[in-house]
Design a protein. Structure first.
Length: 247
């Protein structure tokens, strides 16, 4: 039986959404037959469930450039939310579920510079968050935030060690003061704050695997042992995580 190439998974309780053949598909965590959710929007990526699991935000193309869309999580019409005509990616939702978080290079003088925006799933004007350059975000308890800067999939440029490697910054208690989380000799990506630890991807040991540390950047642990393919697109609902690797 032929298998599709699965990318950009996200999880909410027992449901997993992923991208294959530029469409969204829904499946349960026990497997089985996947249900196709989209057909009208092209080149879909970066889907994320709302905290209550009722909505899906994602990146898609309808008239050329990437834009942000939202739709019911069980299927239905997709609503376009942004008109910025810029590179963008959905990062998740605010903890309350009131806004979708996404990064974009709209208005930036260098294409790889992204800032984070929030927009209501009902539409309206996006607002830029005062967090500086960043293109990944995850919330923890006590108002804590972990940010990713220069984040790109480590598989995009394997074992890159140059000046634009991805790195993480953490405000452990929501004070507004961020500190560099780790100084690993690798490319870090996909931060996910789960419980009392921050999980992320890194290829500092050769192949990108899942690691974690405390919000203070201590007690680094490795959780996967992939040898052939990079772990990619780590995502979480705050309790469990999903990622993809290989074909």
């Amino acid at each position: 039986m032929p298998q599709g190439y699965i990318r950009f998974p996200d999880i909410h309780q027992d449901r997993i959404v992923f991208v294959s053949e530029d469409d969204l598909w829904l499946i349960t965590d026990t497997g089985g037959r996947a249900e196709r959710l989209t057909a009208a929007v092209d080149e879909i990526s970066h889907p994320h469930f709302s905290p209550d699991g009722q909505l899906l935000a994602f990146v898609g193309q309808e008239e050329g450039p990437n834009e942000i869309y939202v739709m019911p999580a069980l299927g239905g019409p997709a609503q376009r939310l942004t008109y910025q005509a810029a590179d963008c990616r959905v990062l998740g939702w605010t903890p309350t579920g009131d806004e979708i978080l996404y990064s974009s290079n709209a208005g930036q003088y260098i294409n790889r510079f992204h800032v984070i925006y929030a927009i209501s799933p009902d539409g309206g004007q996006p607002r830029q968050l005062p967090l500086g350059m960043a293109n990944a975000i995850s919330y923890g308890p006590e108002g804590g935030i972990v940010l990713g800067r220069n984040i790109n999939e480590p598989a995009r440029w394997k074992r890159y060690r140059g000046g634009t490697v991805g790195h993480l910054w953490c405000d452990a208690h929501g004070s507004g003061h961020f500190q560099r989380l780790l100084h690993l000799k690798g490319n870090l990506a996909s931060p996910c704050w789960v419980g009392d630890r921050i999980y992320f991807l890194s290829d500092h040991e050769g192949i990108a695997n899942i690691y974690s540390c405390t919000p203070q950047g201590e007690n680094v642990r490795r959780h996967t042992n992939l040898q052939d393919f990079y772990a990619r697109n780590l995502s979480s609902d705050g309790k469990r995580m999903v990622f993809h690797a290989g074909a």
